[in-house]
Design a protein around this ligand. Sequence first.
Ligand code: SAH
Length: 256
Amino acid sequence: MPENAKTGWLRVVGLGPGDAAMLTPEASQALETASDVLGYTTYLDRVPHRPGQVRFATDNREELDRARHALTLAAQGCQVALVSGGDPGVFAMASAVFEAMEHGLPAWRALDVAVIPGISAMFAAAARLGAPLGHDFCAISLSDNLKPWALIERRLRLAAQAGFVMALYNPRSKARPDQLAQGFAILRAELPPDVPVAFARAVGSAQERIHLTTLEAADPALVCMRTLVLIGTAGTRLVPRPQGGAFVYTSRSASA
Ligand code: SAH
C-alpha cells in the first residue's frame, strides 16, 4: 500500500432529530472527514455538501443493501459515513450493518467500524415535554414491515401491564392507517383513561408540533410518520403552567 494511502473506515452516524444544534461534535467530525456519505434521501439532505465528497441516496426499504454497500466501500479504502436520523441504533441502520457483517465477507469483521450515537426522537420529544421518561420506559416500533402485528399488540399489552412509559416509533403511515387506533384500543383496556399521551411531531424542525392529550381523548388522525407517540403511566403527572400548557413528568418513585 502506498505510504499516503488512506485506510478505509465506516462510521454509522446518528444525525439527531433534525436541528443542527442537536448534532453531536463527534457526528459532525465524521461527516466532515468522510469521503463517501450514504443514507436514505431525507437524512442525506440534512448533511451539508462538501466538495469531493461522494453521496449515495437510497430508498428507505433497502437497509441491508445499503449496509453491504457501505461495508464494501470501506473495504476498498473509502472513509464512509452511513447516516440515520436520531440514533443509528434505534430502529435504524446500525443493526443492518452488523447483520450484513455477520452474514458477509470475513474481511468485513476486521474493518474499522464504529457507531456514532445521536439524540433519538424519544429523548428530543421527552425533553420538550419535561421528563416523561423519568422512570422505567420502553420503545416500541409500530411498524409491522419486519415483525407480525400480533407481536406488536402483545408487547403493547404487556408493557402497559408492566407499567412502562412507552415511546412509540413509526406510529402510522399511509400504508398502515388503522393500526395506531387498534393499539390505542389495547392500551385503553389496560390503563386509566386519564393517562397522559403526547404526540411530538417533527421535533427539531420548523414543522415541530407538540400535542398533549389523554389516552381517552387521543386521536390517531393527528399522528403521521414524523410523530413520536409517548404513552404515560398512572404515575405520569402534569404540572400546569399559569401561561397555559404543562410540564409532563414521571416520578422516579412511581409505582404504577
Ligand atoms: N433512529 C431514529 C428512529 C427511526 S424510526 C431515532 O432514533 O429517532 C422513524 C420514526 O422515528 C418516525 O416514524 C417517528 O416515529 C420517529 N421520529 C424520527 N425523527 C423524529 C422527529 N424529529 N420528531 C418526532 N419523531 C421522530
